[in-house]
Design a protein around this ligand. Structure first.
Ligand code: ADP
Length: 500
């Protein structure tokens, strides 16, 4: 909607000139004030799907085809050719004689397996997968690592916010999102930070956690193990056992919690440039095996007992940290607050107190003392191959704002105790995600020092969140948000028709 508004308001030439203008010039120019006004009209959540906002009228839905023939698929894009032999395999998958999951191992060709599975699925369901691309993806790269039983891949656009200046270095931040204005808004925050001399990011802690749950016959025995694990004299032995699992996983500590006869053992370890869930789990398994000798009555009920805590809102991460704990700050000059962010230091500080602190307290928030950290975290996570489900705790953030320098300037900070990121392992090695990491200069394992790349990525995440907070809060403080949503972001489409 904003894009259309831009076209209408400024004319296409102006918008093109914005898009084509070199970035340094964008930061130095003051003539895009009006653009900043427009770009920032963004609430915490999108009101209409991006496609609708851009009014890319959807083609009428195809009539429900009971069975999509091979030929029909080939007619659309004759890239993946299904042979007669394939046709036989498709039939056997449809009939249930060949399990869909076995196609990769049976055929030894991941792309062909995906094509056959996809066709069988279309026949079985009578639904077309047109629009979900099959070609143009390396299916070998996800085998056994990232996704089972693939039938295609979802396309998500990647936008760039930046340059984001953190600790004296510039980063172009890739954001994969379908939320209109999110990148533009973050970009405006980056501009304000840049014009004010940049942000400073500090790593407070770096350790991934895993907490198995074990059970004993009595609470006393559970307490015995707790005392044993927390005794500093035993730490060295346990660390040696734990550290056997990897060159990078180094045990930092074990924190225990008891519930009756059950004990939760929260192990924390460094994980180099990996996000580290696999690594920490292997180390934990080593220790559990080792403990079985002295505690034969210990029943391991689960390698993860939720005291870790992974992908669930939990106070333990908010208080103790998980992954990278980062604080990122900047002093935004009063001039920049006025000219770029279109508001005042005073109103920002007041709104931050009322919304991010008091409002979140009223809502009983857990780590949610911010405006929209998860918007930025998730977009960067998807672009760089992180586990997007970890946005739950990675988005924990308290945004603080204070007037400094006799009230002239704004001190803003984001404190994020549980940013879970890696630059090796998981989805990071896939071509698109790897390209985004490369853009940030943090692709793969750091050659200088293990963990430096993932720590830098965490700093970028926090910096981008700082930019996002600054920008959205300013739009809100300027009192334009609701007004602009009503005016420019309202769908005229009848959504019920499309969904039916
Ligand atoms: P995760 O623990 O995040 O799930 P993986 O186990 O998938 O990650 O990936 C980590 C793997 O990458 C391990 O096998 C580890 O030995 C290897 N590796 C290579 N270089 C590094 C590094 N610099 N930091 C961490 N792991 C690394």
């Amino acid at each position: 909607a904003s894009f259309i508004y831009l076209l209408g308001f400024f004319g296409i030439d102006f918008v093109q000139s914005l898009i084509l203008r070199p970035q340094t010039e964008v930061w130095n120019s003051e003539d895009d004030d009006e653009v900043a006004d427009v770009l920032l009209r963004k609430e915490d959540a999108r009101k209409v799907p991006c496609g609708q906002a851009l009014d890319c009228s959807l083609p009428p839905l195809p009539p429900p085809a009971p069975i999509v023939t091979v030929q029909k698929v080939l007619d659309e894009k004759p890239v993946t050719v299904l042979t007669e032999e394939d046709e036989e395999i498709i039939k056997s998958v449809v009939a249930g004689t060949t399990p869909s999951y076995s196609l990769e191992s049976k055929l030894g060709d991941c792309k062909r397996a995906a094509a056959i599975r996809r066709e069988a699925l279309q026949r079985l369901t009578g639904k077309s997968l047109e629009g979900l691309p099959l070609d143009g993806f390396d299916y070998e790269s996800i085998l056994g690592q990232c996704c089972e039983m693939p039938v295609g891949y979802v396309q998500i656009p990647v936008g760039i916010a930046g340059p984001l200046l953190i600790n004296g270095r510039e980063y172009s931040v890739p954001m994969a999102t379908t939320e209109g204005c999110l990148v533009a808004s973050t970009n405006r925050g980056c501009k304000a930070i840049h014009l004010s001399g940049g942000a400073t990011s500090t790593l407070l802690r770096d350790g991934m956690t895993r907490a198995p749950v074990v059970r004993f016959g009595t609470a006393k025995r559970a307490a015995d193990l707790k005392l044993y694990l927390e005794d500093p004299d035993n730490f060295d032995t346990l660390a040696v056992v734990f550290n056997r699992s990897s060159r990078f996983g180094r045990l930092q500590g074990i924190k225990c919690a008891i519930a009756g006869k059950n004990l939760y053992l929260r192990f924390t370890c460094t994980t180099g440039d990996a996000m580290g869930m696999n690594m920490v789990s292997k180390g934990v398994q080593n220790v559990l095996d080792f403990l079985q000798t002295d505690f034969p009555d210990m029943d391991v009920m689960g390698i993860s007992g939720n005291f870790c805590s992974d992908k669930k809102p939990a106070a333990v991460n908010w208080i103790e940290g998980r992954g990278k704990s980062v604080v990122c700050e900047a002093i935004i000059k009063g001039d920049v607050v006025r000219k770029v962010l279109k508001t005042t230091v005073e109103s920002l500080v007041e709104l931050n107190m009322l919304k991010n602190l008091t409002g979140s307290a009223m809502a009983g928030a857990l780590g949610g003392f911010n405006a929209h950290a998860s918007n930025i975290v998730t977009a960067v996570y998807i672009a760089t191959g992180q586990d997007p489900a970890q946005n739950v705790e990675s988005s924990h953030c308290i945004t603080m704002m204070e007037a400094v320098n006799d009230g002239k300037d704004l001190h803003i900070s984001v404190t994020m105790p549980s940013i879970e990121v890696g630059t090796v392992g998981g989805g990071t090695q896939l071509a698109s995600q790897s390209a985004c990491l490369n853009l940030l200069g943090v692709k793969g394992a750091s050659k200088e020092s293990a963990g430096a790349n993932s720590r830098m990525l965490a700093a970028v995440v926090a910096g981008a969140v700082l930019a996002g907070e600054l920008s959205l809060m300013s739009a809100l403080a300027a009192g334009q948000l609701v007004k602009s949503h009503m005016k420019y972001n309202r769908s005229n489409k009848d959504v019920s028709k499309a969904s039916s």
